[in-house]
Ligand binder design. Structure first.
Ligand code: ADP
Ligand code: MG
Length: 224
């Protein structure tokens, strides 16, 4: 599903910072992979490249056998909307839209009618156990509920892969496990997931742990 070959990335605002120094990584279809590494090691940078949110300087990135390189803004947005679902630590919900409208948003960009996208959003909220929160604003929900809304939003466009950057970073330990259980269930239903985390308890629940250190992939631990 994902193949990275020799990916390099340097930030040039300020003094140059060579963050990724030849990343090689493969993620198979249906895998649940975690990425661990110290703060500042480049985990988010790597995930942003995988999510076609950011460019890289050299190397090759294949997503679903498509070379993702030097894309125009339009192409990047098209691939992103069609192939990738995102989950963030801070949920990134739109504060003035209710849960249903937040979940439905990706379908707006795919020009699905309002009626159809709201109906689908309700289905996905139902699957996340949030049917009765459909008309609640983010400010009226707990952290765990907001992250479940974000998971529903990530799923609704039927992406090829879901990328999650510290999805449980803002949650208490009980809620963390609830969210992790949901992500594992989504994976069991066939979705490929890459989860960045600094919590070993979380990483150990995935199929393999990829360690990033000094700009390259170090150890890869296979979990049973
Ligand atoms: P992690 O997610 O592992 O904590 P990041 O990928 O966010 O690490 O950041 C890696 C390094 O790159 C850090 O030193 C960070 O300060 C720097 N960095 C991240 N984003 C930018 C940016 N847009 N411009 C300049 N430096 C950045
Ligand atoms: Mg980060």
């Amino acid at each position: 599903m994902i193949r990275l070959e020799g990916i390099n990335k340097t930030y040039y605002n300020g003094s140059p910072l060579h963050v990724l120094k030849g990343i090689n990584l493969q993620v198979e279809r249906g895998e649940l992979v975690s990425i661990m590494g110290a703060s500042g090691s480049g985990k988010s940078t790597l995930l942003n490249i995988l999510g076609i949110l950011d460019d890289y300087d050299s190397g090759d990135y294949y997503l679903n056998n498509v070379l993702i390189k030097n894309l125009s803004e339009n192409k990047a947005a098209e691939y992103r909307n069609r192939m990738i679902g995102f989950i963030f630590q801070s949920f990134n919900l739109i504060s003035f839209k209710n849960a249903m409208e937040n979940v439905a948003l990706p379908l707006y960009y795919q020009h699905v009618s309002r009626k159809k996208r709201n109906m689908l959003a309700l289905e996905y909220l139902d699957r996340m156990g949030l049917r009765e929160h459909a008309y609640h604003l983010p400010s009226e929900m707990s952290g765990g509920q907001k992250q479940r809304v974000a998971i529903a939003r990530a799923l609704i466009s039927k992406p090829r892969i879901i990328l999650a950057d510290e999805p449980t970073g803002a949650l208490d330990s009980e809620t963390t496990q609830e969210v992790m259980d949901l992500l594992k269930e989504v994976n069991r239903e066939g979705m490929t997931l890459v989860v960045v985390t600094h919590e070993r308890d979380i990483a150990m629940q995935t199929h393999k742990i990829v360690h990033i250190k000094d700009g390259i992939i170090g150890e890869i631990e296979m979990m049973k």
